[in-house]
Each structure stands twice: as C-alpha cells, then as structure tokens.
Design a binder for this molecule. Structure first.
Ligand SMILES: *Cc1c(COP(=O)(O)O)cnc(C)c1O
Length: 348
C-alpha cells in the first residue's frame, strides 16, 4: 500500500488544473538524528531544497501550476515581481530558460541594505546568469502597486510583439502555486504511509502562505489530520492567520472542496519573526549554525532558518512535546546564503 501511490490518486481534483513538470518529485524524506536527539524529538526533513531546478525550492512546485496556463496560452515571456533576493524570481528565470522563454523580473526594495553581497550576489547573480531582464521597484510593501507596474511592462512587451504571461502573486489573484503544495502534501502522505513513519507535527514556513495553505488543504483533502504549524517569515500572527484563512479557502474551492478548512486547523507562530522580514536575529543564527554543524543541512536566514528557529522555540516551550515525531519542510533558498554572508557572519 502507498508505495506506488501518486498525488493525483489521493487528490484526483488536481487533474482539473494544468501542470508542467519542472522538478524532481517525489523529494526525499530523511531523519535528522543528531539535531533531533539534541532537541529531544524525532526530527525528519522533507528535502524540497533538492528538487532539481537551478538550486531548487518550493517555488519549483508552485511554478509547475503557475506556468501551466501560460504554456497553454502559447506565451513566450514571463513576468514576475519579488524581493531583491527572491527565490521565486530566480526560479522563474530558471523555468523560463528551460522553456525557451524570456523572463522579465522586477525586484522590490523590501529589505533596505547597502550590502553589496545582498545587492549583487546570491539570487541576483543567478538571475543575470539565467538571462533574465531585471528592473527595480522602489517600494517593498506595496503588493498591488508592484503588480500594476508589472502589468504596465507586460503591455509594453505586447506592443513589441511578445506574448507575455504575468504571474500575479497579490491577494487579488487566484493562488495557483498553492496547488503545488496540495500535491506535495499528498506526495508526503504517500511517503510516510509507505514507510510507516507518520509525523505527529509538520512545521512549514508561512510567507505568501501558498506553501502553508496548500499543504494544509492537501492534507485535509485526503483526511490527514496532522497539526501543521506555520512559522511566520514576513507578517505577524494575526495578519498571517487571515491570509492563510483566505488562501486555504480559495485553494479548497479550486479542488472543489469548499469549507474544508476550519479555524482550528490554522496554527501559526510569529515568535521568531522579529525584527522582521529578511532580518537576522539570534534564534535564526543559532538555527543556521546548529543545522549546518550537526546535520550538514544548509538553511537560509529569510525562510528556512527562521522556520527551524520557530520549530526549536516550539520544542523549548513544550508546544511540541518531547519525543514527538516532527517533519520539517525544507523549502530551499540556499543561494540567499551567499547574499547574506556578511549579515550572518557579522551578526552577534
Ligand atoms: C518563498 C519561500 C518560502 C515561503 O513560501 P510561501 O509559499 O510564499 O509562503 C519559504 N521558503 C523559501 C526558501 C522560499 O523561497
């Protein structure tokens, strides 16, 4: 049972949506023996950082659904907006290169920094290497404005004879990318059922919320009631709870399962968020170093280390009890490590 189960066997409604294959799936699940022992839990990790496309990460799964409709529409250009060190932007540039499209990426000044590594290395270096065309947007917290600027650029490109496809990430557009994590939850369920190692908790980053909401909807759609703890990487607990409520409701409808998620399903901690998006704190630094030195697993300061810091905090406070089986979802982001080298080494 479950050895050969495909995500679409568990959630057949996913077949209503066009998907292109960009990543290596299923991604492996491994045990983190030493770190788990030190924390007093049984710790497992799902390696979505190892899914193949240009350093990988959760956006590979999201792009499989975002770009499906673009391929059907015969697009030849893709546009996306994100933070300077956005992994989504880098992976969109990568997917475009693979499809033979042109990528136009707009980078938002979300983390004020003059650090030349932050402004030039990591994902920005890779965007250039992958052949993307780059523009800058001065405001980091104006989601609607950034989308508007992108639409304007798409119109110009259309005037130049291109067939642009815009990936809209704002709350006004449907969260296609979340379908990738509905699929990931089903993939994970088949793996843990086949191995007999069902986790007591899943810990996952909660940013735009498509990864968190998608995994939650996927799990509940197949009747898997594991608590899924979202760790805030950008917004506080209250606004993130509203966001996950909205995104999971939309995603549940997109697989024809309205009213699937109840408020008790939405578990969110922002205790490792301060001082804010993309900024270091001592818990994040501890998580990066511990996980590297005890497991040779590399975490980035923006997302995955903050999420591991949130996991460690939940164990220390007893919200995750000693001895519990915990599955950490590694969502990628490794190139940002290089951009944050000064910020990490210089933090004390
Ligand atoms: C974007 C990103 C996240 C957050 O995912 P959302 O779907 O936006 O919540 C987590 N980890 C990494 C490495 C990312 O790039």
């Amino acid at each position: 049972m479950y050895m050969d189960t495909k995500p679409e066997d568990l959630v057949p409604e996913l077949k209503q949506h066009r998907r292109i294959v960009l990543g290596h799936e299923p991604t492996p699940i491994e045990k983190l023996t030493r770190l788990g022992q030190n924390l007093g839990i049984e710790l497992w990790i799902k390696r979505d950082d190892c899914n193949g496309l240009a350093f990988g990460g959760n956006k590979v799964r999201q792009l499989e659904y975002y770009l499906g409709p673009g391929v059907d529409a015969n697009a030849d250009t893709v546009l996306i907006t994100g933070a300077l060190q956005s992994n989504f932007v880098r992976l969109t540039a990568a997917a475009a290169a693979k499809l033979g499209w042109q990528a136009h990426v707009q980078l938002e000044e979300r983390v004020p920094s003059d650090d030349q590594l932050y402004r030039k290395s990591g994902n920005i270096f890779l965007n250039n290497l992958l052949g993307a065309e780059i523009s800058y947007f001065p405001e980091g917290e104006d989601e609607a404005g950034a989308d508007k600027a992108l639409d304007k650029r798409a119109k110009e490109l259309e005037g130049e004879g291109r067939r642009p496809y815009v990936i809209h990430l704002g709350l006004g557009s449907l969260p296609y990318g979340g379908l990738g994590y509905i699929r990931a939850a089903a993939e994970t369920y088949a793996q843990v059922m086949a191995s007999g190692k069902k986790p007591d908790y899943v810990v996952i980053p909660s940013g735009s919320g498509l990864t968190h909401a998608g995994f939650l909807v996927g799990a509940r759609a197949i009747g898997w009631d594991v608590p899924i703890i979202g760790i805030c990487v950008r917004r506080d607990q209250k606004s993130q709870t509203d966001r996950i409520r909205k995104r999971s409701s939309e995603l549940a409808q997109m697989i024809s399962r309205p009213n699937l998620i109840i408020d008790q399903d939405i578990i969110i901690s922002d205790k490792t968020l301060a001082p804010g998006y993309g900024k270091m704190n001592s818990q994040v630094k501890e998580a990066i170093e511990k996980t590297a030195q005890q497991e040779a697993i590399l975490l980035d300061p923006v997302y995955t280390a903050r999420t591991m810091a949130g996991l460690i905090d939940q164990v220390r406070t007893g919200e995750i009890p000693r001895g519990a089986k915990v599955l950490f979802i590694h969502t990628g982001g490794n190139p940002a490590l290089f951009a944050y080298q000064n910020a990490i080494e210089g933090f004390s």
